[in-house]
Design a protein around this ligand. Structure first.
Ligand code: TRP
Length: 334
């Protein structure tokens, strides 16, 4: 409609490389759910990015569908937001190739994630891993996205995306919207239960330290019981007590109680009692998600419908941008 303001576009992606943990729910996904009423949202499962490190085919397939079910169980409404798999929209790879030709080798080799990952997997430092941020730029620029919610570790990739957009716009004519990062206010940072000075991560070796969204009540309680705690016996939030502080954070997330309230509630009570309470609170907190997830995951037909529709909608926008790009660089258009 004329005069009507177009809704701003949000785009974000997650890799299907393992089950999501509680930090994803209380961090990224909670924000994604909030955005959907106000913005035009594209949430993509980035399987093309996932293969920059070796993946087992059966697992990759499973994790991709798991992630689709996770998005919906977390509250993303496929009628409101576009949920799709990156490889279902071939324009991502097509634009990535074009952008590769506008990216300097130096720009990619400076990326900290590339340096970290090539150290972690020295036997497989492949060209895809090197060009990973260029594919990410394509994900974003195809949709003329305004805002990109990402963790702080992705900020550098976003800076490259902005540079590429500006470079192309200046060389030809305005083509891409230059996106802004949206780094959420640091909510509660959740640490590995076995190694509370390290962030909880789905690819972590210390599996006992990761609270997966699909863990059973028994697994949750067991992991909390076995969580590494600090010397002393006080339930107090402090830098010198990373283990107990992490459990306090989790209890805060599960119950909504403030840190002070929690410290008061457990004053004079021991770690054992506190852990029991944390485990039970988390079981209750995660229950609705888990039930919804189980239902959805059992309905693959429905998940495929959502992904098919999401990809169709995404393609309309992606094709439009790609055609513009092809035309400007001088490709013959049929
Ligand atoms: N690289 C991002 C990560 O690992 C995932 C991602 C891929 C992404 N494409 C994106 C995030 C586009 C935001 C926008 O977290």
């Amino acid at each position: 409609m004329e005069g009507e303001q177009k809704r701003k576009v949000i785009l974000s992606g997650m890799q299907p490389t393992g089950g999501l943990h509680i930090g994803h729910l209380t961090g990224a996904l909670r924000n994604w759910v909030e955005f959907q009423s106000e913005f035009e949202c594209y949430y993509t499962i980035v399987d093309l990015h996932a293969i920059t490190v070796r993946q087992e085919p059966a697992k990759l397939r499973q994790w991709t569908l798991d992630l689709a079910a996770t998005f919906i169980a977390a509250g993303i409404n496929p009628e409101q937001a576009h949920i799709f798999v990156q490889s279902h929209v071939p324009e991502h790879t097509q634009l990535a190739w074009v952008l590769n030709c506008f990216t300097g080798m130096g720009e990619c080799s400076r990326m900290t994630q590339f340096k970290d990952k090539s150290q972690k997997y020295p036997e497989n430092v492949n060209v895809g891993l090197f060009a990973y941020p260029v594919l990410m730029a394509a994900d974003i620029l195809l949709y003329q996205a305004d805002l990109i919610p990402v963790g702080a570790d992705q900020k550098q990739h976003l800076e490259l995306t902005r540079n590429l957009a500006e470079r192309f716009n200046n060389l030809y004519s305005p083509t891409f919207k230059v996106p802004e990062p949206y780094i959420p206010k640091i909510g509660a940072k959740i640490m590995n239960l076995q190694n509370p000075t390290k962030k909880m991560s789905k690819t972590d070796e210390a599996q006992l330290g990761v609270l997966y969204l699909t863990d059973t009540p028994e697994q949750i309680k067991n992991k909390i019981n076995r969580a590494v705690t600090d010397s002393g016996s006080e339930i107090k939030f402090s830098d010198t007590k990373p283990g107990i502080s992490n459990l306090i954070t989790l209890y805060h997330i599960a119950t909504g109680k403030s840190i002070e309230q929690i410290e008061q509630e457990f004053a004079g009570r021991g770690y054992g009692e506190f852990k029991k309470a944390v485990g039970e609170a988390l079981v209750e907190f995660l229950e609705p998600f888990r039930n919804r997830y189980k239902e959805l995951r059992a309905e693959e037909g429905y998940l495929f419908d959502v992904l098919r529709k999401g990809a169709e909608q995404a393609r309309v926008v992606a094709q439009k941008t790609l055609r513009k790009v092809y035309k400007k660089i001088g490709f013959v258009m049929l």
